[in-house]
Design a protein around this ligand. Structure first.
Ligand SMILES: CC(C)(COP(=O)(O)OP(=O)(O)OC[C@H]1O[C@@H](n2cnc3c(N)ncnc32)[C@H](O)[C@@H]1OP(=O)(O)O)[C@@H](O)C(=O)NCCC(=O)NCCS
Length: 111
């Protein structure tokens, strides 16, 4: 599943998850935003939308990122991911859970 973000009809970012064919409870997550729109919250919105959809079907997530990319680390840390440096690349893994902002909204509606 993939979500695409648009600003004034122009695509500016994409996030997707792909389930591993031999391990359907695990998915790889990836998000990318065009350089000109970095730091405006597009990556966060795309990640939250993708994780909210994925959590219905998947229990664990993986992602691969550049160790120097602080924004992607912040996004994945917010999902509770653990990081391991493997051959110069950062591997993120973790149990998938609803983003805090969505979970707190859900619990407010449930009471
Ligand atoms: C990672 C990426 C998608 C982030 O997109 P973005 O739209 O700039 O991200 P946001 O503006 O939503 O910010 C996401 C988080 O990173 C933090 N952040 C953004 N820029 C940052 C920077 N330069 N340094 C530190 N933290 C930063 C934000 O504070 C935010 O955290 P918060 O929501 O907890 O406050 C973007 O940098 C990108 O496309 N990178 C290349 C592809 C990549 O590395 N993808 C990750 C692999 S999964």
């Amino acid at each position: 599943m993939a979500w695409v973000a648009h600003i004034s009809g122009r695509p500016v970012g994409i996030a997707r998850y792909i389930r591993y064919p031999d391990e359907l409870e695990r998915a790889e997550l990836a998000v990318e935003v065009v350089d000109a729109e970095h730091g405006r919250g597009v990556g966060r919105v795309l990640t939250e939308a993708t994780v909210t959809a994925a959590v219905q079907r998947v229990r664990r997530l993986s992602a691969t990122l550049d160790p120097g990319n602080a924004a992607s680390r912040a996004l994945l840390a917010g999902l509770g991911a653990q990081f391991h440096l493997v051959e110069g690349v950062l591997e993120a893994t973790g149990e998938l859970r609803l983003p805090e902002s969505i979970a707190s909204r859900q619990s407010r509606h449930a009471t």
